[in-house]
Design a protein. Structure first.
Ligand code: DC
Length: 227
């Protein structure tokens, strides 16, 4: 297999898509694009504007009229990227409990999805991209050169998310994170797809480095697998 130009990584919340996607993109010199950021950005802007989150048309209108820009980090404060909505830096708001709580509802509206998927497709068309999300291999880039579906038990994902949040200084309990993930999995299920031609990988007991190696090996980009 020649080096894939478009790589889709799908999987449930906290399955390690971001870490893996970033490492893979870095290794290949590609752009890493986390599509969840757009749904989160729209949720933040909608909450700020006190929109009715049950109203698909209002949210679709907001999605179509707000300019979202995702840039490499503009401030050295631990962020992985900078997200601007109509000129406002909203990067840190995207991980707030409020956004976490409402993003599944916002992303459930079909017209909202179509608008954001079209923006994602334009980024994908440029190639040399690793794009992570829920529906990339099936809906956004069905012709991606390489599709990966990443999964792990909800308990392992909850462990990972708990450590991430604690690293950010947030006092969270494992049980609370686990319950949030179970609820989120249920709400996201209808928009999470595993492409028939995706390589399925489990993060259970594999480090991100080992997973990157697995992928490079599977696609013939390196000769031997380790670990
Ligand atoms: O990956 P994440 O947790 O940042 O995603 C935030 C939310 O956005 C999640 O609840 C599901 C939704 N999402 C989606 O529906 N489709 C995508 N391609 C990416 C995210």
């Amino acid at each position: 297999m020649s080096t894939p130009s478009t790589i889709a990584i799908d999987g449930p919340a906290a399955s390690g898509k971001s870490t893996l996607g970033q490492m893979l993109a870095h290794h290949l010199g590609y752009l890493y694009f986390d599509t969840g950021v757009l749904y989160r950005a729209l949720t933040y802007v909608a909450l700020k504007g006190q929109l009715d989150l049950a109203s698909g048309p209002s949210l679709a209108n907001l999605a179509g009229t707000t300019l979202f820009t995702v840039l490499p980090p503009t401030v050295a404060d631990g962020r992985q990227y900078t997200v601007i909505a109509d000129g406002e830096d909203i990067t840190w708001m995207l991980r707030s409990a409020q956004v976490e709580r409402h993003v599944s509802q916002v992303s459930s509206h079909p017209r909202v999805r179509e608008i954001l998927q079209e923006q994602q497709r334009q980024i994908g068309h440029a190639g040399h991209v690793v794009m992570a999300g829920r529906d990339i291999g099936v809906v956004v880039m069905p012709d991606a050169d390489l599709k990966i579906y990443l999964d792990a038990s909800v308990e392992e994902r909850a462990q990972r998310r708990t450590s991430e949040l604690r690293d950010q200084g947030r006092a969270v309990e494992y049980a609370e994170v686990l319950n949030d993930l179970i609820r989120r999995d249920a709400r996201d299920a209808q928009n999470t797809f595993r492409a028939a031609d995706a390589v399925a990988l489990s993060t259970e007991g594999r480090s991100p480095e080992q997973l990157v190696h697995d992928i490079l090996y599977l696609t013939g980009m390196v000769e031997k697998s380790s670990g």
